[in-house]
Design a protein around this ligand. Sequence first.
Ligand code: TRP
Ligand code: SF4
Length: 403
Amino acid sequence: MNTVPAQHQRVLSGMRPTGLLHLGHYHGVLKNWVNLQHEYECFFFVADWHALTTEYENPGIISESTNDMVIDWLAAGVSPGASKIFVQSRVPEHAELHLLLSMITPLGWLERVPTFKDQQAKLKEKDLATYGFLGYPLLQSADILVYKAGMVPVGEDQVAHVELTREVARRFNHLYGREIGFEEKAEAAVSKMGKKNAKMYREYRKSYQEKGDAQALEVARALLESQQNISIGDKERLFGYLEGSGKIILPEPQALLTKASKMPGLDGQKMSKSYRNTIALRDNPDDIAQKMRTMPTDPARVRRTDPGDPKNCPVWQFHEVYSDDSTCDWVKEGCLSADIGCVECKQPVIDAVIAELKPIQERAKEYIDDPNAVKAIIDEGCEAARDVARDTLEEVRKAMGLG
Ligand code: TRP
Ligand code: SF4
């Protein structure tokens, strides 16, 4: 039996458009998205408004990168058939929800988010003492809640933003999930489930509320999810009634922590555009070979006959990602004994990176040559996303006494 409510099975994630994607994005994020899309309903979007919070002086890069980024997603295997691929600024409901949530979000919650101070300190050359930048994580909350997403695949640095989202959702439900006559309406809804189901629902509810039985809560949720005879409004009441609160209008999401990518940059630090140590997904094979041939190696190997140690060499980290056991053994032995030279040692990883990127680059080329196809995919994704977002906003406005 499936115990997760349907809307909680929705996955949502976004990426800021700030340049061509590289191997770090592929191994750290995109491969994960590609796997998730076969299991869940996935929403992936270009966070262009988020990019604007830091690039507002230089917004050209955002629109340039948006299309390229979607092409790179598609090339990496994100499928428009399985996922909704769209652009944040084309779904204005994100902005409206951000505004409405801002009314109930205490300033302290935003000031306390670690990325706020960290990024200001890190990007000293930019003036980030702006209203928009303070609101960055709340905009992210709106991105998530507008689709009622249950799972948000993110890296470690973004977990605090999902945590804030949970607090904001809880506060929202607490403030606006209370309707006049909630208990009576909930009781009436229980009766609509039929005698047997109503009895089970009451038992599970009691078990959860009196004994904190989490299993009972799960089973009761599954029971609710499978009800065909009650309206969506009643279902929301009953989800809330289970936990003793009001109606759950905005469900709390969970961070799906993406393991830190083991993909090193060409210098052994984390691969990142700001370190200029990347291999872009679109780099051609000659450039890749050139970049890797000039990669630094263990500084102890001044002459070909000087032994080295893979531990001190960024090339070794590439072998750990790309090479099988026997190649890794060959590297370790050959390096420590100076039996192999660094040029020789690099060749298998050069070949492996080029081979990995070949099908990706072929697919990218098809999309680059057919801009209309890309446009159609984005248009369709935006429409599908808006349909969901519109429904949420209608509910949210009503709950807040608007319209
Ligand atoms: N802030 C995220 C990042 O910098 C991007 C992002 C924006 C996002 N909105 C989101 C990620 C919603 C997950 C869910 O990587
Ligand atoms: Fe690095 Fe390989 Fe050279 Fe050893 S032989 S220093 S692992 S490139």
